[in-house]
Design a protein around this ligand. Structure first.
Ligand code: HEM
Length: 429
């Protein structure tokens, strides 16, 4: 302040301290802490709960740039020990031992380009669109399972099973084996029936191993006797005579399952929760659904992704050389986490970012990432989100939250964020 201003001579105001990250309250509502980071330390080196130190990137412009910066490698081999303090781990639990590392989210060009081109031949937007009737059928069956009861846990009975059955169907996992997948996926998410104990120690690693072995065998069988499913498509897909090896196909099937499962659980869970907490907007959307306005529904799903998206941070990136992000010097080998949830609430990009606006136009959120690793499953995710929310609003028009928001527990892993349970009530139908 200049000499004449009323503040002259007053001690400089102490900057308000950084709110704690990664504790209980943070999982329930990380947005105030992200607002603080965006404003005071938009690129911040931070110790994660695992002990690893990583740079958190929270502003939209920096985040978008970092996601497309090829000097940031996806290969964990670039992780420098100096950042790790020994005990921290990056990646999917149980994955190292399972030899499933060569998947899209862990590799760079030219391997990434080759594998992505091959999988894109089998997993096309058209294939996702063809799947709509099956997703509708699954959705209706799940709602039938609890509609007469007048109450349900929408995570356990709806958001959790829908994507796992949908992806199993799409991959070509026979119906009789899909409950095994549901159990393994439950282990991997440490998801369990409310009131029952969680998975035993080592259960996650064992579940990944079982899934890996099952997929390897299924791929072998589909190579011998192909069908009209995605795994057969993966084994057939070729580019200039090149084909996926069996190990690459197994890693690809695994990442499709892994990347397409918890994300969609959280899209349905977080999305429904946001609708339940914004009754005016939800009533408008219900009217649009009743009027068959598919465009309004699609626009709403994009806003739910922006407002409280399933993927809190994009997956790991590592600096292959010293570089700058938002004016901070990132050292070679340093891990960088792009905080999509913070970027998507940046007031420099979005008008009234903390307000849910289901009709928001020009919504360039980063919920599906950006650049060469942009979500391969976005067409399927959009379809599942649209059908799930439409069916809920249509079939349970008076659905309401049956718990105080403060009682709800969040699954706050580093990369994903979603509810553990979502108890609701409705007029039984
Ligand atoms: C990549 C989000 C559903 C398959 C990504 C990335 C994000 C994302 C943010 C980029 C990660 C990064 O750059 O580090 C989401 C969200 C979903 C969803 C929010 C649901 C609402 C799905 C589904 C599938 C899928 C249903 C497949 C069945 C993939 C794959 C990649 C990916 C294979 C890696 C692409 C690459 O590295 O080239 N997803 N995803 N996702 N997603 Fe999704």
């Amino acid at each position: 302040p200049d000499a004449g201003s009323p503040d002259a001579g007053a001690p400089a105001a102490a900057p308000c301290p950084m709110p704690p990250l990664f504790d209980w309250e943070f999982a329930a509502d990380p947005y105030p802490a992200y607002a603080w980071l965006r404003e005071h330390a938009p690129v911040r080196r931070t110790e994660l709960p695992s002990g690893v130190e990583a740079w958190l990137v929270t502003r939209y412009a920096d985040a978008r740039q970092a996601l497309a910066d090829q000097r940031l490698s996806k290969n964990p081999g670039h992780h420098s020990e100096r950042s790790a303090h020994g005990k921290g781990k990056v990646g999917i639990p149980g994955e190292r031992s399972a030899n499933l590392m060569t998947h899209l989210l862990n590799i760079d060009p030219p391997d990434h380009t080759r594998l992505r081109r091959l999988v894109s031949k089998a997993f096309t937007p058209a294939r996702a669109a063809e799947f709509e009737p099956r997703v509708r059928e699954l959705t209706d069956q799940l709602i039938d399972g609890f509609a007469a009861r007048g109450e349900a846990d929408l995570i356990h009975e709806f958001a959790f099973p829908l994507p796992i059955y949908a992806i199993c169907d799409m991959l070509g996992v026979p119906a009789e084996d899909q409950d095994d997948f549901r159990d393994w996926a439950g282990m991997m998410l440490r998801h369990h029936k409310p009131g029952q104990p969680g998975p035993p120690r080592g259960g996650v690693g064992r579940a990944v191993k079982k899934m890996r072995n099952y997929l390897a065998e299924l791929i072998h069988r589909k190579r011998e006797k192909p069908g009209d499913d995605l795994i057969s498509g993966l084994t057939r897909a070729s580019d200039h005579g090149e084909q996926l090896t069996e190990n690459e196909a197994a890693a690809m099937a695994f990442i499709l399952l892994f990347a397409g499962f918890e994300t969609t659980v959280n899209l349905i869970g977080n999305g429904t929760y946001a609708l339940l907490r914004n009754p005016g907007q939800r009533a408008e959307l219900t009217r649009a659904v009743e009027g068959g306005d598919d465009a309004a529904l699609a626009t709403a799903v994009e806003e739910l992704l922006r407002y409280d998206g399933p993927v809190e941070m994009a997956t790991w990136r590592f600096a292959t050389e010293p570089l700058e992000i938002g004016g901070e010097r990132i050292g070679e080998g340093d891990p960088v986490l792009v905080v999509l949830a913070a970027a998507d609430r940046d007031p420099a990009k979005f008008d009234r970012p903390d307000v849910l606006d289901l009709g928001r136009r020009d919504n360039q959120h980063l919920g599906y990432g950006h650049g060469i690793h942009y979500c391969l499953g976005a067409p399927l995710a959009r379809l599942e989100g649209r059908v799930a929310l439409e069916s809920l609003l249509r079939r349970l028009p008076d659905v309401r939250l049956a718990a105080d928001p403060s009682e709800l527990r969040w699954r706050g892993g580093l990369i994903m964020r979603g509810l553990r349970q979502l108890p609701v009530q409705f007029g039984a139908v």
